[in-house]
Design a protein around this ligand. Structure first.
Ligand SMILES: [Cu+2]
Length: 498
């Protein structure tokens, strides 16, 4: 403890004593919530061990060791173009080829010989700052590595906890925004309690020149990053990383532990799982846990370990509860629990589509259509399939999945004379919404449809093509160019979305 800190403490104690004249009441010792021994456990024992590194969402097995060891970590930096959203690619800078980077698991007291290898194809130099390191820059100064080179440094893991690591090469924010972060777990000497499933989930915010879901290769947007105006907020580096077939599985009755990190670079996460209560949260990735938590804050450059039990079958949705990030920037994931129902806990109807909307449907047709559109080979059938997936949730909430609408409230899209009369008008309705009296198939409606301005030209074209080719409508095809033409012709106030 530094002298001035000690002086401060004495001062605080004196003030406290002065404030309450009576001696402090004797309170019961706080219940043990998992605090851990501190410090150095001596020199490494036995032969050096090569660390097992895993790609997200997987976590290496527990070290199972009772003594400190020398652990060798080999981490390779690679700059790679990968999908960030359906039909959208981005040049990620990675630790180990994935975003977030490889998960590293060691034990407190271990001596880590760290090798950072920068792939010869890289265009940039990189380094690493591990928050688990006690020393200048967390290793950054010792690990600056040009393309095609390797660096080595050694540190002793003095503190247990779940730590973020990240690149710290200038411009640091840009390297982190491009995906250069991951987690290193330093197990306490006694290890963590056994659970059935462990997964690795890490949030990050991304800044692209094109807007959310604008197709093609998207460059990094420095100005948006400075303004903290994220285009995407994602778990595990891409929109579909934890959705559909990539949902994290568990069986009913199993205990699940998530190692949650937040790479940032800018946004703190309000980490929440819809329909779950965290039995335990090792908040801030430290050594003590809180119980019965709904939402836990995970700061940029921080972490948390959350645990719960899969009680009933179904899909639980992982979100950043800053909800526009979840539903309009991609911060969604899924946990899929399989097993017998327990109607005493939950009646059993699976309701994930209420929250997930179009994300509950398979993203494959949407991706296929986007790919075909990019090469100019988009077919009517691909548009219809993609439109069907997007209609689910986006339009079906009101117009119903069979297009029938609801009497007096939502007009039908099925066999709608209003829809079939004018295609450009239909495009304009989706772009700008609709209010005031309308007559559809002889019935009048006077309500409000909000603008669906979060949809891009391809998506609107595909939704309408699906609508025109379903439920006895007039057929035909709407192209993205049609939507762009109508969009350009309709003035929107400054600040309105897109
Ligand atoms: Cu870097």
């Amino acid at each position: 403890m530094k002298t001035h800190t000690r002086r401060m403490l004495v001062l605080v104690m004196m003030l406290t004593l002065a404030a309450c004249q009576q001696p402090a009441p004797v309170t019961a010792a706080p219940e043990d919530t998992g605090g851990s021994a501190k410090g150095d456990f001596g020199p490494p024992v036995g032969e050096p061990i090569e660390a097992i590194l895993t790609a997200p969402p997987l976590v290496p097995p527990a070290t199972g060791r009772k003594q400190p060891a020398k652990v060798v970590v080999n981490l390779e930096v690679r700059e790679i173009e990968k999908e960030i959203s359906e039909g959208v690619t981005y040049t990620f800078w990675t630790f180990g080829g994935t975003v977030p980077g490889s998960f590293i698991r060691i034990r407190q007291g271990d001596t880590v010989e760290f090798h950072l290898n920068n792939h010869p194809d890289s265009k940039m130099p990189h380094n690493i700052d591990l928050h688990a390191v006690t020393g200048p820059g967390g290793g950054a100064a010792s690990s600056f590595t040009a393309p095609g080179h390797s660096s080595q440094f050694t540190f002793k893991a003095l503190n247990a906890g779940l730590y973020v690591y990240h690149c710290a090469t200038a411009p640091v924010g840009m390297h982190v925004a491009n995906g250069m972060y991951g987690l290193i777990l330093v197990e306490p000497p006694e290890g963590l309690p056994a659970v059935d499933k462990e997964y690795y989930v890490m949030q990050g915010d991304f800044y692209t020149v094109g807007k959310y879901r604008e197709k093609g290769l998207q460059p990094f947007d420095m100005q948006k990053a400075i303004e903290e105006n994220a285009t995407y907020v994602l778990f595990n580096g891409s929109e579909g990383a934890l959705l559909g077939d990539n949902a994290l599985p568990a069986k009913v009755g199993e205990t699940v532990r998530l190692y949650v990190g937040n790479g940032g670079p800018n946004l703190s996460s309000s980490f929440h799982v819809i329909g779950e209560i965290f039995d335990k949260v090792w908040f801030e990735g430290g050594t003590r846990y809180q119980e019965n938590v709904q939402t836990t804050m995970v700061p940029a450059g921080g972490s948390a370990i959350v645990e719960f039990r899969a009680e009933v079958p179904g899909t639980s949705v992982i979100v950043d509860h800053a909800l526009f990030r979840a539903f309009n920037k991609g911060a969604l994931g899924m946990l899929k629990f399989e097993g017998p129902e327990d109607k005493t806990i939950y009646s059993g109807k699976e309701i994930d589509s209420v929250y997930l909307g179009d994300k509950a449907a398979s993203a494959a047709p949407v991706a296929a259509a986007a790919q075909a559109a990019a090469t100019g080979a988009l077919t009517l059938e691909q548009q219809v399939k993609s439109g069907e997936a997007l209609f689910a949730g986006t339009c079906s909430t009101c117009h119903q999945s069979n297009g029938a609408g609801l009497p007096n409230v939502f007009p039908p899209l099925a066999k709608s004379d209003y829809l079939n009369a004018d295609k450009d008008r239909a495009i304009a309705i989706i772009l700008n919404g609709l209010s005031g009296p309308v007559t559809v198939n002889g019935a009048s409606y006077n309500s409000v449809m909000p603008p669906m301005s979060q949809l891009n030209d391809d998506e609107i074209a595909n939704i309408l093509t699906y609508t025109y080719n379903s439920w006895d409508n007039a057929g035909g095809q709407i192209s993205a160019a049609d939507v762009a033409r109508v969009r350009a012709a309709t003035p929107r106030p400054e600040g309105a979305a897109h």
